[in-house]
Design a protein around this ligand. Sequence first.
Ligand code: UDP
Ligand code: MG
Length: 222
Amino acid sequence: MPASPIDNTTPTFDSSKITVIYVLGGPGAGKGTQCANLVKDFGFCHLSAGDLLRAEQTREGSQYGELIRTCIKEGTIVPMEVTIKLLENAMKAELERKPRGEGWADGKGRFLIDGFPRKMDQAVKFDETVCLSTKVLFFTTTEEVMLSRLLERGKTSGREDDNVESIKKRFRTYANDTMPVIQYYASQGKVAEVDSTVAIEDVHKAAREVVLKIFAEKQQTA
Ligand code: UDP
Ligand code: MG
């Protein structure tokens, strides 16, 4: 059968120009903190799936507010269509924004997608329809460390999921749904692991090295 002229699985963004790094790790592993550091170093656009969902949850007129609220509190994963659309829209908006600095000339762009994909279906769908990811930056530490960080954050975050009951559920979802995503990318040699137990600045240094390596490899294949 001849190939269809309309290929439904062509991604919206060309991964030879747009670098997508997924930033994964358990809740409280330090993804958000380190993404902020990498934004300063490399001019990334940092998109946190959780932050986009929380913004959508409170957006007037959103049809997903209740669904998102329930999922976040229960530590479960919002249906992927919602999250993927939010990410894609945010990427489009960012690419239309001008002027931009390093890494954003001639249709190029660099994104840290934080806290996503958390489940296999999201991973496959985003890679196929939005942009093929370049690498996974994976922050690891113990549940004990994550729990204490989240409880500390919970004192001021106002987040409905920074309490012991929700945190336990988030750990379960992470083990059941997100670890398979990390294994999937690891089997493709796409995972760079950084121990995030140590001091913030040391984690930052290690993460910066990972990103430098990603850009160096990308240049060789471009
Ligand atoms: N979430 C989701 N899909 C995603 C990312 C997040 O459903 O792709 C929901 C999920 O309920 C999760 C919550 O948003 O527990 C908070 O995610 P966030 O990344 O903000 O948490 P963090 O890992 O940073 O503590
Ligand atoms: Mg976060």
